[in-house]
Design a protein around this ligand. Structure first.
Ligand code: AMP
Length: 281
């Protein structure tokens, strides 16, 4: 496995691979890797000659400075995991490498960024878009892999790629969950033992949503979720939305869209957890 931290070096290596007609698969991450990330690596490996992963905790996508300070970093462990998984190339730049000059770019994602994560975390998606565009310029991947765990992010990236005419195929990958249903996340490591036991309740409530969707109206289902979540005083709910998968705009009735997802974000003490599930009527 080759590990690069400088842009010209990784570019040179990947260009040599392209000359051999090898396709490049790319998995951008912020490290603290778990099986969710590794499932993306596995897919990228299967579908490309060269599997590339980046590890970079992108400071400009953190709207909350404390969240950035607390973000888990375990690069040596990550590199071991990637090597075991058969990843070919890893890019681990530092902040200066990625942002030699101050960043000023402002993207407009329209209605996509006005809801859910976009509304709760001002500037977050702008920071995500800047780093992903920059990484795409460096790696020039044929295929890039993103988890549906961050479903709104996936739609923002699709929008970015289309609008900026970036020649990359975006591959969505299913959410990987722990044994008790909790969606894997690097932030789960920050949960206390007590909170880790309660955390799977958000996945459980989403699962109930998908079962009850046929019986209850959208409004009734929202009320059901509110009641369920308020039964756990540890949760500080941020949002629960039922929205169209493509536009991410809330639906008022099941007939409003063919592709509907339920989205949830809660705080458990200082840890913010998000999850979503496709609603099949
Ligand atoms: P992050 O390191 O949190 O920026 O995540 C890097 C990539 O891994 C993103 O595309 C995430 O959506 C994806 N990812 C994170 N957690 C999971 C999970 N539990 N299942 C599938 N993909 C995930």
């Amino acid at each position: 496995m080759k590990v690069f931290s400088h842009i010209p070096d990784i570019k040179e290596f990947l260009h040599s691979q392209k000359k051999l007609n090898h396709s490049i698969g790319f998995v951008p991450t912020m490290g603290a890797l778990h099986q969710g990330h590794l499932s993306l690596i596995e897919r990228a490996k299967k579908e490309n000659e060269v599997c590339t992963c980046s590890i970079f905790v992108n400071p400009i996508q953190f709207n909350n400075p404390e969240d950035l300070t607390r973000y888990p970093i375990q690069t040596d462990k990550d590199l071991n995991m990637l090597e075991k998984q058969g990843c070919d190339v890893v890019f681990c730049p530092d902040n200066n490498e990625m942002y030699p000059q101050p960043v000023t770019k402002k993207y407009d994602f329209g209605a996509l960024e006005k809801v859910m994560e976009g509304a709760s975390r001002p500037g977050h998606f702008n920071g995500v878009a800047i780093v992903v565009k920059r990484l795409f310029e460096i790696i020039e991947p044929d295929n890039a892999y993103f988890g549906e765990k961050d479903f709104q992010q996936l739609q923002i990236i699709r929008f970015l790629v289309k609008n900026e005419k970036i020649p990359v195929n975006i591959v969505p990958c299913p959410i990987i969950r722990d044994y008790d249903g909790l969606a894997l996340s690097s932030r789960n490591a920050l949960l206390s033992e007590h909170d880790r036991r309660i955390a799977p309740e958000i996945a459980a409530v989403l699962k109930e949503c998908s079962t009850l969707a046929g019986e209850l109206s959208v409004i009734e289902l929202k009320a059901f979720v509110c009641t369920k979540i308020s039964g756990f005083p540890e949760f500080r709910p941020d949002y629960f939305e039922i929205a169209d998968e493509d536009t991410l705009q809330p639906v008022n009735s099941w007939a409003d869209s063919k592709n509907i997802r339920a989205f949830i974000a809660v705080y458990l003490n200082k840890v913010r957890l998000i999850d979503n599930i496709r609603i099949i009527l």
